[in-house]
Each structure stands twice: as C-alpha cells, then as structure tokens.
Design a protein around this ligand. Structure first.
Ligand code: FES
Length: 162
C-alpha cells in the first residue's frame, strides 16, 4: 500500500470520528496536519469536499492560524486576501503581478512546484489592507513591488526555512 493511501485512510477515520461535521473543522485540520505534516491545497480541497464547506472557508481558517503549515519544507505558498477591504485597496493588481512574474495562476503552482498561489477571504486584518501572506508572514499595506521582492527572496532561499 502506498504511503499516501495509508495517510488518506487515517484521515478518513478522523473525518468519520467527527461525523463529517463542519463544526469539527479545526480539530480535523490539526489531525490532518499530524498525519501529513502540512496542509497543502489538495488536502484542503479534500477536507472542504468531505465536510461540504467552501474551499475558501477552509483556506481562510488555515491561513488565519499560524500553527498550520501550508507547505513542505522547500516549498512556498503565497495567499492573497480577496475579502472586500483588500479587494477595494487593490489586491487584484498584486495578484496579477505575481501571476505574471512567477508564471502561475491563482489556485495553482509553478511548474517546478516551488511556489503556490492561493486565495482566501478576509483574514481579519482589514485595517492593513491589502494583505498578502507569504509563507507565514502577513504583508500588510502590500504593494506589488514589496510582495514580488519578498517572493524572490523566499524562492532564493534568503529566508530561513521553518
Ligand atoms: S478583507 Fe483582507 S483582511 Fe479583511
């Protein structure tokens, strides 16, 4: 049996234990992180489907709590907040700049798998809008220059891996 299958069976057991209740989302995410080591996009999609929750809700919860890891070591995740305040303050232009420069689409990853671009709803920091999360760091009052520079840094390994 593949390692991935074993992990999926363990996750299914956790989901069953909680009767696929959306109110158990936090506990399920914790257990999923214990099983997989991190919560990537496919896993969040899997959990959102199993609990019948919108993927944006699951992304929002995962990106809100710093104890959740979105990536394997060596991979980087950028999450744009598309809540109203961030949208009004121009997050869309920053997302477009990221997509162009790093050649990926929102919801996807670069061809080498080193960078993923996700979306979330409001992360609760509207006063600092627009917000972009680069790995574990929230960049408030973000500009496309600051964000793309930060992404270049993390991809270049300037930032220490956690
Ligand atoms: S809308 Fe982005 S932090 Fe609230």
């Amino acid at each position: 049996m593949e390692k991935d299958d074993k992990q999926r069976i363990m996750l299914e057991k956790v989901l069953k234990e909680h009767n696929y209740q959306e109110s158990a989302l936090l506990e399920i995410l914790h257990r999923a992180q214990e099983i997989y080591g991190y919560l990537d996009k496919d896993l969040m999609m899997d959990i959102s489907g199993s609990l019948n929750l919108p993927p944006s809700h699951v992304y929002g919860v995962v990106t809100f709590y710093s104890f959740f890891k979105l990536r394997k070591s060596g991979e980087h995740v950028v999450t744009g907040c598309l809540g109203t305040a961030c949208y009004v303050r121009g997050v869309e232009q920053i997302m477009e700049a990221i997509e162009q420069e790093f050649k990926l689409k929102r919801g996807g990853s670069t061809a080498d798998g080193k960078l993923s671009l996700l979306l979330t709803r409001c992360i609760g920091a509207c006063a600092m809008a627009p917000n972009i999360v680069v790995d574990d760091e929230v960049i408030g009052k973000a500009t496309k220059e600051v964000v793309t520079q930060k992404i270049r840094e993390v991809l270049g390994g300037v930032k220490a891996e956690t």
